[in-house]
Design a protein around this ligand. Sequence first.
Ligand SMILES: [Zn+2]
Length: 378
Amino acid sequence: MRPYLFSFKIGGVVVRAEPSWLFLALLVGWSLAVGFFPDQNAALETSTYVFMAILGVFGLTFSIVAHELSHTFVGRAFGMPINRVTLFMFGGAAELEEEPKTPMTELVMALAGPLMSLLLALVFSQLAGLDMTGGPQAPLAMVLAYLGLINLLLAMFNMLPAFPLDGGRVLRAIIWMASGNRRRATRWASLAGEAFAVFFIVAGIFVLLSTGSLGGLWWVLIGLFLRAAAKSSRVELETRVALGEVRAADLVTPGIETADAGMSVADFIADKLVRHHRDWFAVTESGRLVGSAGLAEAQAVPVAARASTPLASIAVRPGPQHLLPAGARADQAFAQMQRHHLQRLFLVDGERFIGVLSLADLLEYARLRNLFADAQLG
Ligand SMILES: [Zn+2]
């Protein structure tokens, strides 16, 4: 498990922050304390600016979590399995385990985040207005006004039609609705995402060279991130779309040998591991899955004991996360592997063992499927 700065659960959703979030928090805090707040009111104590900056960073964290939770809970209302929100260097993400099944689900879920940011912008601005007793330059009013502004900017930035930003998902849903073609919609929305990314990079370099402002560097980084995200989101999304069209049972890895639970470890080594030069086998007992065994488990048995030790006793029992029901779709298998960081799943029909599904085979199937889908679309 990777370390997280913080992690808590709300309404069944895990909210957590990667260490890189600290970088964003420090950068924002620093620029608020030495730039943004002193520029508006130069008459305050240094310690007041620091305190205001800390409040601002907490408010920003709250705002981004609220934005992502808005996507999450609206998505869950539409039956989308979303269980995690993660904060990182460039903001936050609600982690989708499957792609929306209809463009309407995608549209409503994508709009939910920016709408929350707009709502927060209104609320914070109103609160800033109420706290004008000390004038617009009172510390708390300044922090609230900043949070109002930053939420407005968050809503606007996220509504850029640059997939995988929210606006890009809105664009994709609209093209999907209009054309009925999810692949084409994905392609166009991610091309728009990559175009915006290049624009950010070029604009950032221009700002950096012409003004020497380090803000330009930030835009270059955001552009680079967006470009990589547009590409990897497109690949992942196309993979899920391709896998959503096929049953897991149709992609079972062919030729996977099973080993009988009753054989001895010595026979397992000689007849299975060595002869089939494969380092891993599913262990079955009259068609029923017992577990899996491989090189590591066999080697752990002392040489003298191998002839008298049954394979069943060293087989690693599968947990529920390793099992997939026979009727499942391939994209459900893919989501399960991603969720539990697994390379393969056992396909079972009740107790009966059907076959092994490997991540590599799923990915290769999806790659080829999309390759030829493109050729047909032209
Ligand atoms: Zn969003």
